[in-house]
Design a protein around this ligand. Structure first.
Ligand SMILES: [Zn+2]
Length: 293
C-alpha cells in the first residue's frame, strides 16, 4: 500500500515537473516570438526611415543640381568674361550665318580632321532648311548658338528685328524653337550672337542705341557674345585666302584669348580654304580650342 502511495506521489511529482517544463517552454516560445515581432517592426520602421532619407537625399541632390544650374546661369557668359586674362591661350572659333549645304559640311570636315570644336551661331530659317547639318554640328560636339530667325544686320537698320526689343526677343525665341524642334527639348543653349554684334562697350551711337535690346535679351535668360578677331570674310563673298589669313593675323596679334568671327554662309567659299591654315597657326602658337559655354 505504502509502496503504491509512494509510486503515485512520484508519478504526480514527475507530472508536475513536466507541466512546469511545458509552461516554461511555452513562456520561452511566447517571449521569443514577442522579441522577434518587436525586432521585425523596428527593422521595418528603420527601412522606411532609410528609404525616406534616401528620397530626401535624392530630392536634395536634384535640388542641388537645380541650384547649381541656376548658379551656373548666373555666371554670365560675355565677350568680357571669355577674354579674362588668366595666362592661358584659348581660342573660340565661331561661324555665323549658317548652316549652308556647301560651306558648312566642308568646315565640319576640317574641324574633324584637326580634332577641334567650334561654335556655330545659326540663323533659324537656315536651320529649318538644313536640319541634318544642324544635327551633325551638334553630334560632333560643336556648340550651336542663336543668331536670330531671319537675320537682318545692323547695317540695314531700321529693320524689323532691331526696331523694338520685343521684335528682337521674338526673333531669338523663334530661332530657339526651330533648334529645339531639330535637337530636342534637351537643347538648352541660351547663347546669342547679335546680327552685326551687340558691343555694349562701344561708344558708337548705333550700339549705344541697342541697350534696350541687350537688356531685353538678358531678361529673357540669354547671354550674348561678340568677337575680338575676324578674318573679314563678311567683307565680300570671295575675299582671297591671303587676305583672310592676313586679317586673322593682324586682328589676333597679342591676344591670349581669341574669339574669331568667320562665316559658313553659302557664299563664303574661301573660308574653308583658309581655315586649315588658321587652325595650324593657332596650334603652333599653343592655343587651346574651346566652344563657348
Ligand atoms: Zn550674321
Amino acid at each position: 500500500m505504502n509502496l503504491n502511495m509512494e509510486r503515485t506521489e512520484a508519478v504526480s511529482i514527475i507530472q508536475k515537473k513536466r507541466r512546469v517544463i511545458m509552461v516554461v517552454c511555452l513562456l520561452t516560445i511566447i517571449v521569443l516570438m514577442a522579441l522577434f515581432i518587436t525586432l521585425k517592426i523596428n527593422n521595418d520602421k528603420k527601412g522606411k526611415v532609410n528609404a525616406a532619407s534616401v528620397t530626401k537625399q535624392h530630392v536634395n541632390s536634384s535640388k542641388d543640381k537645380k541650384n547649381n544650374a541656376a548658379e551656373k546661369k548666373h555666371e554670365e557668359i560675355s565677350t568680357k568674361s571669355l577674354m579674362k586674362q588668366d595666362g592661358k591661350k584659348i581660342v573660340y572659333l565661331t561661324f555665323d550665318d549658317g548652316p549652308s549645304d556647301n560651306v558648312t559640311p566642308q568646315i565640319l570636315d576640317i574641324l574633324n580632321k584637326y580634332n577641334v570644336k567650334a561654335t556655330f551661331f545659326v540663323i533659324g530659317k537656315n536651320a529649318e532648311k538644313y536640319p541634318d547639318i544642324i544635327k551633325k554640328e551638334f553630334e560632333e560636339g560643336n556648340l550651336i548658338g542663336n543668331h536670330s530667325y531671319s537675320h537682318q544686320s545692323m547695317k540695314s537698320r531700321p529693320n524689323y528685328i532691331y526696331s523694338s526689343p520685343e521684335n528682337f526677343v521674338g526673333e531669338i525665341e523663334k530661332c530657339n524653337s526651330v533648334l529645339k524642334s531639330i535637337l530636342g527639348d534637351d537643347y538648352n543653349i541660351k547663347l546669342v550672337r547679335f546680327p552685326g554684334g551687340a558691343f555694349p562697350e562701344s561708344s558708337s551711337p548705333a550700339y549705344k542705341g541697342l541697350e534696350p535690346v541687350r537688356e531685353a535679351v538678358k531678361k529673357d535668360g540669354y547671354d550674348f557674345v561678340d568677337w575680338n578677331s575676324e578674318t573679314g570674310d563678311a567683307e565680300g563673298s570671295l575675299v582671297s585666302v591671303d587676305k583672310l589669313y592676313a586679317n586673322y593675323k593682324k586682328n589676333s596679334q597679342g591676344k591670349s584669348h581669341l574669339i574669331i568671327l568667320m562665316h559658313d554662309a553659302g557664299a563664303k567659299k574661301t573660308t574653308p580654304e583658309v581655315l586649315p591654315l588658321i587652325i595650324e597657326d593657332l596650334k603652333k602658337q599653343g592655343y587651346e580650342f574651346k566652344t563657348i559655354e
